[in-house]
Design a protein around this ligand. Structure first.
Ligand code: GCB
Length: 587
């Protein structure tokens, strides 16, 4: 069939193949980190595309002649799209879009003038759930998969001086081979829901700049990687520490180690230092905290001293904004953890917005950051593995310099099969190699046969996360007593989830499910037992706020998971909030 046949696309089910190549990933990621950018936030045109007509018919290649001058009928017209704000989640923009799972085309124009010869134009997208394809002036410049990590595309060659058209196709279908897969306990928001911007960089730029306090806490190592394998001299300056060092770069990489004379970062004293990394004309800024974290025996040590992690889990979810996290919302979230008397937050179950770790650095909170290797991932699928590994590397690359992040989580509640073991052990190795300065963990399940905290993955982890719901999904606490007595994990255990649902205002005595009273009593029973168990180094209560999830449809739930200590309005505190505050103060 000839390609100029107007009906050709009706018979081509292989239409997506050309766009599988050119995916951005951790290796092509370029952090913004204080560089000047042209923000592309604001109004975009959005057209939903349930049947993938955009790729089938190549909507991106259409010119912009007005409809009155079309020589052939079309199914796409930029101006016919809805005007929507970016960042946003489309589900919350129109009632009829609430449950939309499919592709959608974002389009906007921008003016651009090229600068110095050799200059690169880098497009940064904070996140697009789940997959994205990017077109500049009708040219396919690349794509990305993974719904919560940032990516960068070099669009220099597709841009022209003057007016340019930028199109991003975002697609959020759930699928058994994605990460996460189709069965999740949260809402599947879609869209360009984090910042998007364009920046100019010199021909050779800083791809990565790291700073880490080495074990022992006496030396800092700075390292730098450039975009090209060249020799150069880079610099790092931290005026408050009196540091001004040059870094010899060979074949694009260099590092320098120097004594640390400052004050260590901790939740009680979250001391940050302004740092500048530079090389040639390129310059990035960072606010750095310096601390060590390690697991020794069954203890977790922060700056060499034992610490108990007391905290909560939280989803990135908002009644009005969905997955969009504003800075105010993040600050409120972290203030609530502080009010609980907590020092710890688990960012479940996927990478949260980059400013969470920045603000946690400032406010002094310790973070567990993870990728959505959740429940029944296609562990025997090599392409699924590649996607998960890339998401992990992108998360690490983005947050590598955040003092608040102490642990990389490689999965949540995955059955202990051989395929899962090799998949997740590999992820743990990747994380450890990419970042030897943090703990590696995963939220594990109980071994039901031995009724103990035993998981074959544990030997690859520094910290065992344990999700347990004795008193909620399991009727009483005797099982917890048995489990804790039966287990000798030999490593620190963080109870990475425990909790009970409560509908605000629903009251009752005894074990009446969905009451505030039972949720409060649940925490009394749990924390009493966990605090008395020497190998338990921390608790992350499930969870801070009620959140949307379509799996939950009783009259108590109505589309929400009600295990929040605070309702979905982020204001109404349940009884358990005060109870847990007291329990944390006593522990
Ligand atoms: C879990 C999951 C979490 C759920 C929670 C619950 O174990 O890890 O994603 O939302 O239980 O509320 O059942």
């Amino acid at each position: 069939m000839a390609a100029d046949d107007p009906f050709h696309h009706l018979h081509d089910e292989d239409y997506a193949r050309p766009y599988l190549a050119g995916l951005a990933g951790a290796a092509t990621y370029v952090p913004v980190n204080g560089r000047p950018v042209l923000s592309l936030a604001g109004d975009w045109r959005l057209t939903l595309d349930l049947f993938d007509e955009g790729l089938r018919q190549k909507w991106f290649a259409l010119d912009e002649t007005p409809p009155s001058q079309w020589s052939q009928p079309r199914d796409y017209e930029i101006e016919a799209g809805e005007l929507v704000p970016v960042p946003s989640c489309w589900n919350l923009l129109k009632p009829e879009w609430t449950y939309f799972e499919g592709a959608a085309w974002y389009t906007r124009h921008l003016d651009w003038q090229s600068g110095h010869a050799g200059e690169r134009a880098i497009l940064n997208i904070g996140a697009a759930n789940y997959a994205a394809l990017v077109f500049v002036n009708g040219i396919h410049v690349g794509g990305h998969r993974g719904g919560s990590t940032p990516f960068s595309l070099d669009v220099t060659d597709a841009l022209r001086n003057g007016r340019n058209r930028l199109q991003v196709m975002v697609e959020n279908r759930r699928s058994p081979v994605r990460v996460p897969m189709q069965h999740i306990d949260w809402f599947n928001y879609g869209g360009l829901y984090r910042e998007i911007s364009l920046m100019r960089l010199p021909a050779v730029f800083i791809r990565e700049a790291r700073a880490a306090l080495l074990p022992g806490g006496r030396q800092i190592r700075f390292s730098i990687a450039l975009s090209e394998t060249v020799d150069a001299t880079a610099r790092v300056d931290i005026p408050e520490l009196g540091l001004s060092l040059s870094i010899a770069v060979r074949d694009g990489e260099g590092e320098v180690t120097t004594p640390f004379t400052g004050q260590a970062w901790s939740p009680e004293a979250p001391r940050l230092y302004d740092a500048v990394f530079s090389c040639g004309e390129d310059r990035i800024t960072e606010r750095l905290g310096f601390r060590t974290i390690e697991a020794r025996g069954t203890d977790i040590l922060l700056n060499g001293e034992k610490i108990w992690l007391k905290g909560v889990c939280v989803h990135e979810d908002d009644l009005v904004l969905g997955k969009v996290s504003t800075e105010d919302d993040v600050r409120r979230r972290l203030r609530h953890v502080k009010e609980l008397g907590g020092n710890f937050l688990r960012l479940s179950h996927y990478p949260h917005h980059a400013h969470v770790a920045r603000i946690a650095d400032e406010m002094g909170l310790l973070l567990w950051a993870e990728i959505p290797v959740y429940w029944a991932i296609a562990f025997d699928n090599p392409d699924t593995y590649a996607d998960a590994e890339n998401q992990l590397r992108e998360l690490i690359a983005r947050d590598i310099n955040r003092a608040s992040v102490i642990l990389w989580g490689v999965g949540n509640e995955n059955a202990d099969t051989d395929a899962r073991l090799s998949f997740m052990a590999r992820l743990a190795q990747v994380a450890r190699k990419a970042d030897p300065t943090r703990l590696i963990g995963a939220a594990c399940l109980i071994n039901r046969e031995t009724f103990a905290i035993e998981d074959r993955l544990a030997e690859h982890l520094d910290v065992i996360g344990l999700n347990e719901y004795f008193g909620w999904y399991e009727p009483d606490f005797s099982g917890l007593d048995r489990l804790l007595a039966n287990s000798a994990p030999g490593k620190p255990v963080i109870v990475s989830e425990t909790g009970a649902d409560a509908l605000p205002g629903h009251r009752g005595a005894g074990r009446v499910l969905f009451t505030e009273d039972w949720q409060a009593e649940f925490y009394r029973q749990q924390v009493r037992r966990l605090a008395a168990t020497p190998y338990v180094a921390g608790i992350a209560a499930w969870l801070l706020y009620d959140f949307r999830t379509e799996r939950r449809q009783t009259s108590f739930q109505k589309g929400f998971n009600r295990k929040g200590l605070i309702a979905e309005d982020k204001t109404t505190r349940k009884l358990a909030f005060a109870v847990l505050t007291e329990l944390f103060a006593e522990w």
